[in-house]
Write a protein that binds this ligand. Structure first.
Ligand SMILES: [Zn+2]
Length: 409
């Protein structure tokens, strides 16, 4: 069942945050409401694909992974045989975008199907997912009879954020060994996360299950294992290769358990990485393609639509309705994403893709940024006059580097 009711977005920062943060957010609430109210509402026009009841669902998030640094998207600087194989078995979405280049808010959008102004999580720190007002994907699947489990690899996704609500099994309590980096970079190796998830995974393969598997390899600091560090001049590429190895081991585990073929597997990232583009090394400060575009591959059960490519724009909030719709479950009316597996393909969307970042305001007292992809018509932009300006020498944001929010002038 697909709802066609359209709602407007106008609520802000319902959860968490300091008084200073909330005050800052309220000052731009009206402007953001105006921007968001321009977003139309569309849903797929074709018949949605259905998978068998009880189909295993595996959601893999490789943090900080730029799509244009993967061979599946045309990059030649690194070998990723596991992701390549998954791409051959699935549908690759060429133009997938996050809504915010920060780990906790982006995963909150992924797992709630809601945009940041609605779920209210605007930063990694100082905010908490509120499951009382923001139902999560794992809660929906649990109510449908699924066993739900997760392994995460970053401190900013720990249970205390509220994002674990609805998981029967949530593994985040391993010792974080890195102590000389900022709290937002604290992580554990993906291989360790896989090892602590394996026993739960092996215990649920005789019934419907949902696994959310998150690894943090491509996130800074870039410290690939020696075998990858010695092979690639770019340590970021080395980390991508290390991530591919972990993903490959998970997929091999699914194969050995006899669930790979029948599973629906979603592979994506929560945001990209600046890698020096526009003067940004990491992510969170600006809104450019480098940090907003992400990989997205969906493998369907039993080889359906294997190797296909989708060239239309999609977004992280589409994942929730895509999974729910494929299972034949009702889609909540407040979900604004589009199920992506309709045939014929979903109608070209008439609602733009929204992105934002409050990181520069909350951490530096600069301007928050918001971006809307709407092409055609052209990009809408909003930032206070005289606010944060791009670093000297950076390219001005334009249609060649969509989407992004040009600053100030
Ligand atoms: Zn992240």
């Amino acid at each position: 069942m697909v709802s066609s009711r359209c709602i407007s977005i106008g609520s802000f920062a319902k959860t968490g945050g300091s008084a200073l943060q909330l005050t800052a957010i309220r000052t731009i609430a009206a402007l953001t409401a105006i921007v968001l109210s321009s977003i139309g509402c569309s849903r797929a026009g074709g018949a949605e694909l259905r998978v068998p009841d009880g189909t295993p669902i595996v959601l893999i998030s490789v943090d900080t992974l730029r799509s244009d640094r993967l061979p599946a998207y045309g990059y030649g600087g690194v070998k990723t045989p596991a992701i390549d194989r998954l791409r051959r078995d699935g549908i690759l979405f060429e133009r997938a975008y996050t809504h915010i280049p920060l780990t906790l808010p982006a995963h909150t959008s992924l797992l709630t199907g809601l945009l940041p102004p609605t779920h209210g999580v605007r930063d990694n720190l100082g905010y908490r997912v509120d499951p009382a007002t923001t139902p999560l994907l794992q809660q929906t699947l649990k109510e449908a009879g699924y066993a739900t489990g997760a392994g995460v690899s970053a401190l900013v996704l720990q249970r205390s954020t509220g994002i674990a609500t609805g998981f029967d099994f949530f593994q985040d309590d391993i010792e974080f060994k890195t102590t000389d980096v900022g709290i937002q970079s604290l992580q554990r190796p993906g291989a360790e996360t896989l090892n602590v998830v394996r026993p739960w995974l092996r215990s649920v393969t005789d019934r419907p299950f949902f696994l959310f598997f998150h690894i943090f390899e491509p996130h800074s600091p870039y410290e690939p294992p020696p075998e990858h560090a010695s092979r690639y001049p770019s340590p970021y590429d080395g980390e991508v290769a290390a991530a591919d190895e972990v993903v490959g081991n998970l997929l091999d585990e699914l194969r050995s358990l006899g669930v790979y073929e029948k599973a629906m597997i979603v592979f994506l990232s929560d945001h990209g990485e600046g890698l020096g583009d526009h003067g940004e090394d990491a992510h969170g400060l600006f809104l450019y393609r480098s940090t907003l575009q992400v990989p997205l591959i969906i493998k369907l059960p039993r080889g359906q639509r294997a190797g296909q490519t989708a060239d239309y724009p999609v977004q992280l909030i589409d994942v929730y309705p895509t999974l729910v719709s494929a299972l034949g479950l009702p889609i909540r009316e407040d979900l604004r994403g589009t199920p992506l597996l309709a045939q014929p393909r979903p109608e070209p969307r008439d609602n733009p893709i929204y992105a934002e970042t409050f990181f520069p305001r909350l951490h530096f007292g600069w301007s928050d940024l918001a971006a809307l992809d709407r092409r055609p018509p052209p990009l809408h932009r909003r930032a206070p006059a005289g606010a944060l300006r791009p670093p000297a020498g950076s390219r001005r944001n334009d249609q060649s580097d969509w989407p992004g929010a040009r600053t100030g002038d």
